[in-house]
Design a protein around this ligand. Structure first.
Ligand SMILES: Nc1ncnc2c1ncn2[C@@H]1O[C@H](COP(=O)(O)OP(=O)(O)OP(=O)(O)O)[C@@H](O)[C@H]1O
Ligand SMILES: [Mg+2]
Length: 440
């Protein structure tokens, strides 16, 4: 093989690495390379059965070549693919035709022509052209197959991704369902407990105030007796009786005992109120409100809790007025802000941002750079009495109350958190309350 041919073959192999069936220029490139390899000056390719693609130069058309064939010159004869003669009367042109078959079927015929007076095509030319076609067609098949494989692989991968996404969405929906079922049954329980405690607390409260009156009367009576008895009251027997009953101490201690009991009752009543709010038995007046004003009011109330621990940044979007109970939503934001501040141990940042999520919903996010929530606890945050704060510091009712309020506004309260980095609470609220869900 000559150096030139060597070069041509390596160039052919380079070309073959990228060929595939859909390339429109494939046949033209094949013809060009065959012409270079076999030193043809013109030529064409006929695609059987309809000879639909052809390029023939030198005033010769494929029709002409086919006409010669019809006249019996056997140019495209399968058993003698190359010839070097032309019909009588035509100018002598060396012509070579190389057929390619797939199985029984003739799929392609390459025709090469040399200028008049050139050397006829030799056996070696035919072998070269044949090898070129064979390699080109089989590589093309292989490449096409590989491409089809790659694209069906990609389609499979996409289907897999879609399925994964579907499974994820299903899992999320199931978790949400479980969470709301759990909250609903806790709500019922809370309402029941609140109701049960409410009665006894009611009479303890009223008895306490009677008790205060009675003891005041008894003490006053005691003073009156003492005065009436005069000297006799100072008798050693009576004085020792007073001492043995610690009368002076009782007189001093009684008011604070009663005050403490009243405070205790008030605390219990507050808890009952929270439990009822959580289970949405409380009432509220729906009105049109500006959520930013609501946030600013909550921020003002929480200021003391926040100011030594965190800087507050706000990022308010333009929002429409929404329908809701101002005091209840204010309570939600206050709880979230106080929690955010309490989660920050040293110095941190609280970001309040709002967004118009879609035509019918707004969103408020309250994010902090506090200590975050242990992933094991994330599911339990909205349960009544769940707290990680020391006894006396937190009752664990803030979030459950907020959850109930947001639910009664047909909204969503959710949380995401990274331990050590911070926590974000997201409140989504509808702009308008659909008739059925308005807080009763
Ligand atoms: N921003 C936050 N960062 C980290 N943990 C939080 C955050 N907000 C709430 N938590 C966790 O959720 C628990 C429950 O919060 P919730 O507001 O219901 O109750 P609390 O703050 O403990 O008590 P209360 O609000 O009744 O005073 C908290 O104890 C805390 O562990
Ligand atoms: Mg709280």
């Amino acid at each position: 093989m000559s150096k030139h041919q060597h070069y041509l073959w390596s160039e052919i192999h380079e070309w073959l690495r990228h060929v595939h069936r859909d390339q429109p220029e494939f046949h033209r490139e094949l013809l060009t390379r065959a012409s270079l390899l076999c030193e043809g000056h013109a030529g064409g390719i006929a695609l059987d059965p309809d000879h639909s693609v052809s390029w023939i130069g030198r005033d010769l058309t494929l029709d002409k070549v086919l006409e010669w064939e019809e006249q019996g010159y056997g140019l495209l004869a399968p058993d003698a693919p190359w010839r070097c003669h032309c019909p009588a009367g035509e100018e002598f042109l060396p012509v070579m035709a190389v057929p390619y078959r797939q199985g029984e079927q003739l799929t392609l015929t390459l025709v090469l022509i040399r200028n008049a007076g050139s050397e006829p095509f030799a056996r070696e030319d035919e072998l070269n052209a044949n090898r070129l076609i064979q390699e080109a067609m089989s590589t093309m098949d292989k490449n096409t197959l590989l491409e089809e494989l790659a694209s069906s692989n990609a389609a499979l991968r996409q289907r897999q991704d879609e399925q994964d996404e579907l499974i994820r969405e299903l899992k999320q929906a199931r978790d949400q369902l479980m969470q709301s079922e759990k909250m609903a049954s806790i709500g019922q329980l809370a309402a029941g407990v609140a109701h049960e405690i409410n009665n006894p607390i009611g009479y303890v409260r009223s008895n306490l105030s009677s008790l205060r009156e009675y003891t005041e009367s008894l003490l006053a009576l005691n003073d009156a007796f003492a005065e009436a008895l005069g000297e006799k009251f100072q008798s050693p027997e009576l004085q020792s009786l007073c001492r043995s009953h610690d009368l002076e101490f009782i007189r001093e201690d009684l008011p604070s005992l009663l005050d403490e009991s009243r405070d205790g009752i008030e605390r219990v009543e507050k808890i009952i109120r929270s439990l009822r709010d959580f289970s949405r038995t409380d009432t509220g007046e729906m009105e049109s409100l500006d959520i930013h004003q609501c946030l600013n009011k909550a921020l003002a109330v929480a200021r003391n809790e926040i100011k030594y621990r965190a800087t507050v940044e706000t990022d308010f979007a333009e929002l429409p007025a929404i329908t809701g109970v101002d005091s209840q939503l204010g309570q939600v934001f206050l709880n979230l802000l106080v929690n955010a501040a309490q989660a920050i141990e040293e110095q941190g940042l609280i970001t309040i941002s709002t967004a118009h999520r879609d035509a019918d919903h707004i969103e408020v996010r309250i994010a902090d750079t506090g200590k975050g929530v242990d992933p094991d606890n994330l599911d339990r945050l909205f349960e009544p009495f769940f707290t990680t704060k020391p006894v006396g510091k937190g009752t664990g009712l803030g979030l459950s109350l907020s959850y109930g309020i947001v639910q009664s506004h047909q909204g969503e309260l959710s949380v995401s958190s990274t331990p050590g980095e911070g926590t974000t609470f997201r409140v989504v609220l509808p702009v308008q309350q659909a008739a059925s869900g308005a807080a009763e």
